[in-house]
Design a protein around this ligand. Sequence first.
Ligand SMILES: Cc1cc2nc3c(=O)[nH]c(=O)nc-3n(C[C@H](O)[C@H](O)[C@H](O)COP(=O)(O)O)c2cc1C
Length: 481
Amino acid sequence: MGHPGFDLRLWLAELRRLGELEEVSGADLEYEIGAITDLNAKNRGRALLFDRIPGYEHGGSVLSCSLSRPARVASALGLPEGLDVHELVERLRGLPSRWQAAAPGFRPRVVETGPVRNQVLSGSQIDLRAYPAPLWHENDGARYLGTGGTVITRDPETQDVNYGTYRVSVRDERSLGVFIEPINHGGIHLGKYHERGERAPIAASFGHGPLVHLASSMPLPYGVDELSVAGAIAGTPVDVIEGEVTGLPIPAASELAIEGWVEPGDEDWEGPFGEFTGYFAGGRERRPVIRVERVYSRGNPIIYGSLPGKPPFDHSFWRAALESSLLLDELRALVPDVSAAWKYETGSANFFNVVSIKQRYAGHAQQVGAAAALIAGGVSMGRYVVVVDDDIDVTNIDEVIWAISTRTDPAHSIQIIRDTPTNPLDPMLADPSGPWVSSRAIINACRPYHRLSDFAPVVEVSDDLARRVRDRWGARLGWTK
Ligand SMILES: Cc1cc2nc3c(=O)[nH]c(=O)nc-3n(C[C@H](O)[C@H](O)[C@H](O)COP(=O)(O)O)c2cc1C
């Protein structure tokens, strides 16, 4: 018996029961599935399962918007039904560090076979164009089979395995293009093989349960096996088969998987692709080519799509909610008295991050801001970190703007860190071929530490008076808060 976190079909049955899944028949692979996905994400709609795709009537469907509402994120993580956004965020606090601590006890379990081995193709039997890979956005340069897929690589020195969500395009019958940000672990693995003059083994799964997707998309420390984290979330290990060609562990319940090699120097033009920044930045560059030697499929595979764009998009909600918890956990491990952290969805869950603290010593706010700008949860493509006192609700942009407006002196409160890593998708880079660096601004919007005791008091109704007034007048005056 499988687990819905790893087996997409079991999870989709769960979403149907919750009324969270919409089946869409007959939408076109060329732009229509992409446009429906984008508009549906902006409407915070149900998950979409596209079937009977013209040209693919006999097999293959595409899933999108799978995790764009709290109910579906809660279902994927095994949290209670009926949580609203705030309750979900509360429940997530502290969980990422607990999952990571528990992960070594849930290493993937190697099994002889599984649904992914229903069809195994090799050599000339392989035609990657047979699977529904949408042309998602109107200016995309190729069909992308991998948007919510996971790419599996290995460190040649430690043998540690990595699962990373990286976009994968279809080039021809037997080759794929892949884009990996320079700081992401799969790219480091490929580079290590190539430095030795060796070809790099690689595998990918294009459809799997939501925990495989979530874990492989989270910025976890180098060396952490994401499938162990998926197992820790589920409380049971993920079953994997060993690839016949590379030996890489492939989720046994995967809908569609491939394995093959990236030869040193084997690169070709990849992109453009509409990305999570809201731009087609990154352009068309020479990037690694995967030569595919095996395809494994359940038959009629469901492709796990996850479409980026201008926020809000398919996965911007869960990234903001879950990665905020991850950032909070990371910060708490480094510095004391961090109260809350929030990565704004409108900042593509990357560019604009707010952290609140209870100030304990001079320099505390600056220390937290620098840490938040540079640790894994903030480094990939950060831009602004705002540090506020803990009377500010980090999720409320109005309160954050009020703090910036009233508790900063721009000449002193904004610090710049130069030459920090960014990635080729950054629309502010003049040249996507590099160097991939930019700066970070840390806005210290806390009351100055040495004036904490005599800083001007805030004009507001006290909690006690507010409660009494609300009880007496709120309903009559039609107040909602
Ligand atoms: C839907 C989705 C698509 C993504 N696409 C890419 C991509 O094309 N390339 C990339 O390097 N990172 C991409 N990411 C981000 C990485 O998955 C993320 O940084 C992850 O932490 C990488 O794992 P790693 O640290 O093990 O390399 C994507 C994330 C999501 C959620």
